[in-house]
Ligand binder design. Sequence first.
Ligand SMILES: NC(=O)c1ccc[n+]([C@@H]2O[C@H](COP(=O)([O-])OP(=O)(O)OC[C@H]3O[C@@H](n4cnc5c(N)ncnc54)[C@H](O)[C@@H]3O)[C@@H](O)[C@H]2O)c1
Length: 321
Amino acid sequence: MSEAVRNTLVKLQAFIGLIGFAALTPLLILVAVLSRLIAKLCCCSAPKSIEGEVAVVTGAGHGLGRAIALELARKGCHIAVVDINVSGAENTVKQIQDIYRVRAKAYKANVTSHGELVELNTKVVEDLGPVTVLVNNAGVMLHRNMIDPDPVDVQLMIDVNLTSHFWTKLVFLPTMKALRRGFIVTISSLAGVFPLPYSTSYTTTKAGTLAHMRALRMEMALENQKDIHVTTVLPTFLRTNSDVTQLTDTMGVAELYPLVSGEEAAHRIVAGMLRGEAEITLPGLASLLYRLIQIFPADWQDRLILLLSSSRFKKLRDERS
Ligand SMILES: NC(=O)c1ccc[n+]([C@@H]2O[C@H](COP(=O)([O-])OP(=O)(O)OC[C@H]3O[C@@H](n4cnc5c(N)ncnc54)[C@H](O)[C@@H]3O)[C@@H](O)[C@H]2O)c1
């Protein structure tokens, strides 16, 4: 058989497969919705306990990371509070120790350095025990110059928001695999699915973490590690960082949807993590919106997003130029 005929047959086979998949789609949607409903009504996915486990929370010296560290401590987990900002990390430890009877310790580590994370793991294991909960939260959100960012700032954002998750996985996952249990929670952003103009580095890193965790979840399934849960979080704007709040004020974001507090987000994230949810969007309604919008061709998706937001982004661009 000639190569041209073989290629045509392969294309035909792919086309038939696609038609079959399209025909099955309504049924698959129905099954997915029903299984969600049944799980909710029957509480099939009962939350796991993390009492006595050890969690590493990166970027826990401030904002969402601190709120997650406190929420995990409320569930009885011992906490390694990791940040480049030591005083922030110590402040979080104090807040945990003032309220909860768990062990907590502050660690200075830069998540962009694989070597520092290896040292961190050694210290945490000595002080608190093996790590079975990893929260990849540390992040950089805004460039100093949004419109024309410095290459060094672009690289830093990629290193902190995207590359560091490869290093934390390399360092902390082997123990979880050996113990055959664990939780990996990665804070992505809705920007990973609803692109933010003038924040292309941020959008890229957050889309990258979403894809990274999807592939990792499949690896865990292939390796039959069903008790290692990988959860990706896609929050909208939060009330945790004053630079972001200033930006959202400029854009009038609060008129579209009220900003979510760190505590509210942390409560939802830890509850979802304990139920082994794969992806959590904040607010939940956004997940429906982004799935609906993805039905459209890419240029229509761009148009629809701009229809809702172009005046806000133009205002931002004019103010920051
Ligand atoms: N604030 C929002 O509106 C929003 C929205 C969606 C997603 N997120 C994501 O949530 C996460 C937390 O955001 P936040 O608002 O709490 O931010 P934040 O700026 O309040 O806190 C981030 C923390 O990370 C630490 N950090 C930064 N670089 C680090 C590094 N290299 N190594 C170790 N620690 C480092 C900082 O010192 C800080 O304590 C980020 O990943 C962010 O992208 C935030």
